[in-house]
Design a protein around this ligand. Structure first.
Ligand code: ACO
Length: 377
């Protein structure tokens, strides 16, 4: 009997030194560093270095990386024109995918897969994706694009370019930690999508465009926007029971709940909830955060006994709302964090490539005679 692994669960497609998840214990570890420690002490740029090099940087290496990322922030005139053409009818994840393809088109070394070239490409994509997302939003709002600021770190600079105002220290830190939490997650669907593309020896830019398209779906990165829409639809605390009961009775899924790997609360959701607590003390949108907590508590009663707990998307929706970010940018922000992990996996893949080409069990007809069109009923 041929065994079919439809969702590929339990199948190991490669080895990695990047990330280990224990879904029963709720552990997430990047290259040996626990996610709670990284969230407490590190920042996104340092986590990028860790993922791309397998170790934490020295002071000098860190400063060098920060400088290299800053140099790569401005977007090209081509991307600027494309964004102006696209806003209004191209949604943000598609716009990001197109922008990444354009960044690749302008890189004369796009097909260079040497370790140095891959590091260059990873830095370029990481730096530019945040500028693209912010510029897209500024243009569609009819505002001037805000130029990146050299004195701000990656997270703070993103909020600056997006909103046109400097974030508070707390806001910058929350954004930074959110980027760390989303930076890497082993062989998730979008990383696997990128690996499949890269395994044909296609370049990093095409692999990242694949990953962005894969992340977009509501069962993966699109769930954070879906959680926001759920909170909007529920509106107030008293509506939670009726909303949840109806949804579950219809056999539908609550977005931001459940995970292929975690059978306990996703540690990233725990960290985001803690960060949200701080923001909620000062944010005019704290309502969404408190509603998320009440929804989580009600779901815990309704889903008791089932391995369904909040995942990373559950609290990212209300945290991003409190940062003043529009909900259709939540998934693009996921992409601009996960670029760190995607590119790191691609470096591993190119260093030890094997074409990914599984099989499908044929169950169709056999031995059919070809009937000319004129003789078909
Ligand atoms: N709400 C209600 N029931 C659920 C949910 C949910 N969110 N998720 C799973 N279930 C139920 C299923 O209906 C199924 O029930 P059944 O056995 O009675 O048929 C059971 O739990 C198992 O579901 P599967 O689909 O087999 O579990 P899978 O591992 O494929 O699901 C997934 C993982 C896709 C993430 C799922 O939990 C889901 O759809 N969640 C909502 C979307 C979401 O939040 N996605 C983001 C994931 S995190 C990330 O990608 C960053």
């Amino acid at each position: 009997m041929t065994e079919i692994a439809r969702g590929l669960e339990g199948i190991y497609v490669t080895e990695t030194k990047l990330c280990r998840i224990d879904g029963q214990k709720g552990e997430l570890v990047y290259s040996g560093y626990d996610i709670y420690e990284l969230a407490e002490h590190s920042n996104f740029e340092e986590v990028c270095f860790l993922l791309w090099n397998g170790r934490l940087p020295t002071n000098e290496e860190y400063s060098h990386l920060v400088e290299q990322l800053r140099r790569e922030r401005p977007i090209s005139p081509l991307n600027n024109r494309l964004l102006h053409e696209m806003v209004g009818f191209v949604r943000p994840m598609r716009a990001l995918e197109i922008a990444v393809t354009a960044i690749g088109a302008l890189d004369r070394n796009s097909s260079d897969m040497s370790p140095d070239a891959l590091q260059d490409q990873a830095r370029r994509l990481t730096a530019r994706m945040s500028t693209v997302i912010a510029a897209y939003h500024r243009i569609r709002e009819g505002n001037e694009i805000v130029a990146p600021r050299d004195d701000l770190g990656h997270a703070a600079n993103f909020l600056w370019m997006l909103r046109g105002s400097e974030p508070s220290e707390l806001e910058a830190r929350v954004m930074d930690v959110a980027l760390i939490l989303h930076a890497e997650h082993e062989m998730n669907a979008s990383t696997f999508g990128a690996i499949v593309t890269a395994s044909t020896q296609s370049d990093m830019y095409s692999a990242i465009a694949t990953a962005i398209g894969t992340l977009k779906g509501p069962l993966h990165g699109g769930a954070n926007d879906a959680v926001y829409k759920t909170l909007e639809a529920i509106g107030t605390e008293d509506k939670i029971p009726a909303y949840v009961d109806d949804l579950l009775a219809r056999g539908e899924r609550m977005m931001g709940i459940g995970h292929r790997i975690y059978k306990t609360t996703d540690p990233r959701a725990i960290i985001l909830e803690r960060l949200g607590e701080e923001l909620a003390k000062v944010s005019p949108d704290a309502h969404y955060y408190h509603l998320s907590q009440m929804l989580r508590d009600y779901l815990a009663q309704k889903l008791e006994g089932k391995p369904l707990y909040p995942n990373v998307d559950f609290f990212s929706a209300s945290v991003y709302k409190m940062l003043g970010i529009p909900n259709d940018l939540y998934t693009p922000i996921f992409a601009m964090s996960r670029i760190a992990g995607w590119t790191a996996h691609l470096m591993e893949q190119y260093a030890n490539n094997r074409l990914v080409r599984p099989n499908a069990l044929y169950e169709g007809a056999e031995n059919r005679p070809y009937v000319p069109m004129s003789k078909r009923d």
